[in-house]
Design a protein around this ligand. Structure first.
Ligand code: HEC
Ligand code: HEC
Ligand code: HEC
Length: 402
């Protein structure tokens, strides 16, 4: 009779000790938190800053809209009921606990490069969050993309799961940078052009891509429109403070800077810069006819009336306050989408703890016609030593509609 409670006590003491042993170490949770920052999980999984990682943020893609899932440990609406293995399979293989397949709007094709330890550290950190019972709507995708089973074919064609083996011929920093850029930081999700099915175009790594009406410029070593003219410390400054002496981060990149790169460790940001500076020049930019003399004269006129006060007659501006237009890589990108967004909508310089910026650029959508915006864009893309493809008034009209 008395033996039973004793056995019970023994058993529960053992269970308790077991639970303690499984409890992740404090360092693992801290490490996981830093990885979540580097992976910028919050930009997609937080809709309401009062409820971090509770999901529900709408993400528009060419295939329809997603509502990001709830990553808090809520058992019904979050991932509280998941095992470590469930979590591991989601990030490594893009497979849900039910066996159905995720869409690459969730950057698992990048996260698959993470080590198992890192994936589980992310899981350990997410498990410490307060559960939020936010129920998230299913994706609203266009036919036929609404059939998840199609992802079988997509994965077969485009997805290569597995970690990145360190390149022994390169240093620790370069390897760390590659891990962050290609894997966790998923920079190519925006900066690599996509094919019609939304997969990275082979052989065009970091050659620039479109994202939500913005153009994420080339990050390769291309002469005019890539990072050839940026030093490693230019890249570090941009990622840490959202601006440097050459350009400012706007649109989706401003979000990446605020939520992710400005909070990364000094070493990680340096590693990213080292890796990016090692990328080759990539394919040459397409060439086309220069704007006519009449177009240049019209653009110069618009510039003189609207832009010169901040950007100066020679485009030199005031570095770190007004970004220089001469030698500007974003401005000389073949695709003018980001430049047109900034001129149409204006831009507020992003503020980070390191650099509390206050500058802003006015919006010109109301004051200038499509023709005038095309003219001034062509003028700044082809003056001050710059050269880039001609932009048409139709392109401006299309950008205006977004
Ligand atoms: C670019 C936006 C984006 C980023 C960045 C992102 N996710 Fe997601 N994530 C999504 C979307 C969209 C889905 C849903 C995909 C689907 O329905 O097929 C998703 C799904 C998930 C799931 C599956 C959840 C479930 O309930 O089935 C997990 C786990 C997850 N993400 C974890 C992460 C982690 C961890 C990070 C950061 C390291 C991260 N995500 C970064 C967009 C993102
Ligand atoms: C959500 C999409 C997105 C992601 C993810 C992203 N970027 Fe960007 N990035 C952009 C866009 C868009 C721009 C252009 C910003 C502008 O118009 O000011 C940009 C600009 C840049 C620039 C400035 C280049 C230039 O010529 O002006 C650098 C450097 C950069 N990104 C690096 C990175 C790195 C490194 C990562 C990964 C850690 C990353 N980006 C992830 C969208 C993204
Ligand atoms: C009141 C000052 C001011 C005026 C006037 C102004 N800008 Fe700007 N411009 C800025 C600031 C500040 C930024 C940086 C915005 C940011 O940090 O997001 C900027 C950014 C830009 C950029 C993006 C450069 C980069 O690399 O980030 C372009 C292109 C540009 N301006 C063109 C123009 C043109 C064309 C006009 C006239 C039609 C104009 N600007 C008028 C202040 C100005």
């Amino acid at each position: 009779m008395r033996a039973i409670p004793f056995v019970l006590i023994l058993c529960s003491a053992f269970a308790l000790a077991q639970a303690r042993a499984d409890e992740p170490a404090k360092e693992t949770i801290e490490h996981g938190k830093a990885l979540v920052v580097a992976g910028d999980c919050t930009s997609c999984h937080t809709a309401d800053p009062a409820h971090p990682f509770a999901g529900g943020k709408r993400i528009d893609t060419p295939f329809g809209a997603f509502y990001s899932p709830n990553l808090t440990p809520d058992r019904d609406n979050g991932i509280g009921g998941w095992s470590d293995d469930d979590f591991y399979r989601a990030l490594r293989y893009g497979v849900a606990p039910s066996g159905s397949l995720y869409y690459p709007a969730f950057p698992y094709p990048n996260f698959t490069r993470m080590t198992r330890d890192d994936i589980l550290a992310v899981r350990a950190y997410l498990a410490t969050l307060a559960p939020v019972s936010n129920r998230v709507p299913p994706p609203a995708l266009r036919f036929p993309f609404n059939f998840r089973v199609l992802m079988r074919g997509w994965n077969y064609l485009f997805f290569r799961p597995g970690i990145l083996e360190p390149d022994q011929s390169k240093g620790a920093d370069w390897n760390r940078g590659r891990y962050l850029v290609e894997g966790l930081g998923h920079c190519g999700a925006c900066h690599t052009p996509k094919n019609v099915l939304g997969a990275d175009r082979r052989g065009h790594g970091f050659a620039g891509g479109l994202v939500g009406g913005w153009f994420a410029p080339r990050l390769d070593g291309a002469e005019r429109s890539g990072l050839k003219s940026w030093s490693a410390s230019d890249i570090v400054e941009y990622l840490q403070s959202g601006r440097n002496g050459k350009s400012h981060a706007d649109g989706p990149m401003a979000e990446v800077v605020v939520n992710s790169t400005s909070k990364m460790s000094e070493r990680d940001v340096g590693a990213i810069a080292a890796y990016l500076k090692s990328l080759p020049a990539g394919a040459a930019e397409p060439r086309g006819p220069a704007p006519t003399e009449a177009e240049m004269a019209a653009g110069k006129d618009v510039y003189a009336h609207n832009c010169i006060a901040c950007h100066e007659a020679d485009g030199s501006s005031s570095p770190r306050v007004y970004p220089p237009l001469n030698g500007n890589a974003l401005l000389q990108s073949a695709d003018p989408s980001s430049t047109l967004r900034i001129i149409l909508d204006g831009a507020q310089t992003v503020t980070t703890p390191r650099a509390p910026n206050t500058g802003s650029m006015p919006a010109y959508a109301k004051d200038l016609s499509d023709r005038e915006i095309a003219d001034v864009t062509n003028y700044i893309r082809n003056s001050f030593g710059n050269a880039a493809l001609v932009v048409t008034a139709e392109q401006v009209a299309n950008a205006r509609k977004r």
